[in-house]
Design a protein around this ligand. Structure first.
Ligand code: GLP
Length: 245
């Protein structure tokens, strides 16, 4: 198993720029790349950086296919709180990618649709790049603990930790949906490159466990250690708790 490539950056801006360098390099090499796109706060700086490069004409992402990572069950796609809407606003539109090039997850999590989704991704050779964040409980996408490397795309019950950490978008934990659909870890491991970004003290400890600790379903992100090319970009606050002076 290749060692994950871990890079520690001084601050969020440096993290976002370094992550954009990795992503832009892959998109330049594979103009028709299949890219899994996470939402959440952490990758937003990276997406802004990519959008700035696209508007300067030094990045052309118009040919890529975007795969949505996860979605809440029961949320209409036009609801501003939908994760699809968030991915479109923060990544698809700013990078000039046609909406027709976006592949949502099977929103209601129908097992047959999820299985067909995984088969189609496998048939097409997997993803070229997966851009992922990590939850405070070690989840990736919504692969909540316990999830192992065989976890398929599926409908899941959200942990109370995940509902709490997403409560700000919903006006409080009671309003956060209880279920979601997520690309499974098995599918994510079919990515040529995984770019895992983490920032801030709230991620301290879980990132180290995920990339240096034992592979365990209790820390789903640790299963990414089996990826052929795992690039971990983390800011100092998330790595050792220190913040740049
Ligand atoms: C959410 C998402 C994940 C994301 C994680 C961390 O629950 N489902 O895809 O990586 O939380 O989000 P943030 O970057 O906001 O801490």
């Amino acid at each position: 198993m290749p060692e994950p490539a871990i890079t520690v950056l001084d601050g969020y801006l440096a993290l976002s720029r370094a992550a954009a360098d990795v992503a832009a390099g892959i998109l330049a090499a594979i103009p028709r790349a299949r890219v899994v796109v996470a939402t959440g706060r952490t990758p937003m700086g990276l997406y802004r950086e990519l959008a700035a490069r696209a508007s300067r004409g030094v990045l052309d992402a118009s040919g890529i296919t975007v795969y949505q990572l996860d979605e809440y069950v029961g949320i209409p796609t036009d609801d501003w709180r939908s994760l699809l809407g968030w991915a479109v606003r923060s990544f698809v539109e700013p990078l000039g990618i046609p909406l027709g090039s976006v592949i949502p997850v099977p929103a209601d999590g129908d097992p047959a649709a999820c299985a067909a989704y995984d088969r189609e991704v496998e048939r097409s050779g997997g993803y070229d790049l997966a851009i992922l964040g990590i939850g405070t409980n070690g989840h990736v996408g919504f692969n909540e603990p316990p999830s192992d490397a065989s976890a398929p795309t599926r409908r899941v019950a959200l942990s109370s930790a995940s509902r709490r950490s997403n409560a700000a978008y919903w006006g409080g934990t009671p309003h956060v949906p209880r279920e979601a659909v997520t690309i499974g870890i098995a599918g994510l491991l079919r990515s040529r490159t995984i770019l895992l970004v983490a920032s801030g003290k709230s991620k301290r400890g879980i990132v180290r466990r995920a990339v240096l600790g034992p592979v365990t379903p209790e820390v789903p992100a640790s299963c990414l250690q089996a990826a052929p090319d795992l690039r971990v970009l983390v800011d100092r606050a998330a790595w050792d708790g220190s913040v740049p002076t």
